[in-house]
Design a binder for this molecule. Structure first.
Ligand code: MN
Length: 364
């Protein structure tokens, strides 16, 4: 586990009897930023006011925090076991993409066995949908199994409850920018692990023709920690065929080399590689705003399920178990097609030497 001086993810914490405020994680402690930097923006119970300051402020603040930590700062470091972690930002709009070619191919085969797995548009644009910002919850929040229409005439609790291992990108928009002109790194503050809980039976019945709705909107979990974009090692994205349109052409290497782990009840069941994603986050942002749609501080857009080409790299249970027909065998002899009540799913990830903050949830 590495939460050293090159990492420093931001979050919102509180101590017993005190109001939530902004801190950064350093090893197993939280640096109280309002106290350490003497800046009232960090007294807010969310990262939004700080994120609205923009890229230059983010970069300068990160350098100041590193200076403060090199100087000791013992009096402003609070052990993690003395704090409660909160949802780190107020979510404005939430968009979920579908950027893994392996995930899209697998799900296409499962949901539409008689058609081409990839829809004709898939290689031309990063497909996405608008999700529900108000049900984005912080790691540790219990997830209730949703009720809904499972098929024609059948209502009841979801029987095919699933996860999607994803990366979320968090937007900060300084007022002087306002519109989405500018470089990717001017708009994106950082990244968070995200679990897009999915009710596959509700989804399969409802999704044609307008896409995911109640099968997704009951809960989306994120890590309490937002890793600054500049902490992450970047790699070229994968080759794309056909060449995308001009507005989707990559200006810089915004592929990310992040190794994700999916844990189910304390066992690793998959290791999705983020580097295998077909569409990169700069392309997601360009596509999301090409029609003139504005950005707001607190916008969250997610990658879609991260799945690699290998079976043990798939980022959802529907793929890992092929729609429940080939269940996962857990130690102790239990098997899982989809999630049972009491199951806990935790996503963990590393990027080189850095650790991302984990996201966990238990079905209640
Ligand atoms: Mn998703």
């Amino acid at each position: 586990m590495s939460f050293g001086i090159d990492n420093l993810p931001y979050g919102v914490f509180s101590r017993r009897g005190e109001s939530p405020r902004v801190g950064v994680r350093f090893e197993d402690r939280v640096l109280d930023l309002a106290a350490a930097l003497g800046d009232e923006v960090f007294l807010a119970p969310s990262l939004n006011p700080f994120m609205a300051r923009g890229r230059q402020a983010w970069t300068e603040t990160r350098a100041r925090i590193q200076d403060v930590l090199r100087g000791g700062a013992e009096q402003h470091l609070i052990p993690l076991d003395q704090v409660t972690l909160h949802l780190p930002f107020e979510v404005a709009d939430y968009v979920d993409f579908y950027c893994s070619i392996d995930h899209a191919s697998n799900v296409g085969k499962i949901f539409r066995p008689n058609s081409e797995p990839l829809t004709p548009n898939w290689r031309h644009l990063p497909i996405g949908y608008h999700g529900r910002a108000g049900t984005v919850v912080v790691s540790g929040t219990p997830v209730r199994r949703p009720n809904g229409q499972l098929k024609a005439g059948v209502f009841g609790p979801c029987e095919r409850l699933d996860i999607e291992a994803e990366l979320g990108f968090v937007v900060g928009v300084p007022s002087e920018l306002g519109s989405p002109a500018g470089a990717f790194e001017d708009h994106v503050f950082g990244v968070t692990l995200l679990n897009d809980w999915s009710a596959r039976d509700i989804q399969a019945w409802e999704y044609v023709p307008l896409g995911p709705f109640l099968g997704k909107s009951f809960a989306t979990s994120i890590s309490p920690w937002i890793t600054p974009l500049e902490a992450l090692p970047r790699v070229p994205g994968p080759a794309q065929d056909p060449e995308p349109l001009d507005y989707l052409r990559r200006g810089a290497d915004w592929g990310l080399d992040i190794a994700v782990e999916v844990w189910l009840n304390g066992e690793i069941v998959s290791r999705p590689p983020y580097a295998s994603m077909y569409w990169t986050p700069d392309q997601m942002l360009a596509h999301m705003t090409v029609n003139g749609a504005s950005l707001r501080t607190g916008d969250l857009f997610a990658s879609g399920t991260i799945s690699g080409p290998e079976r043990e790299e798939r980022g959802s249970l529907i793929e890992l178990t092929w729609n429940g027909t080939d269940p996962i065998k857990l130690a102790g002899g239990e098997t899982r097609g989809f999630l049972q009540d009491g199951d806990t799913v935790t996503l963990r990830a590393t990027a080189g030497d850095l650790t991302l903050g984990e996201v966990s949830g238990t079905i209640g």
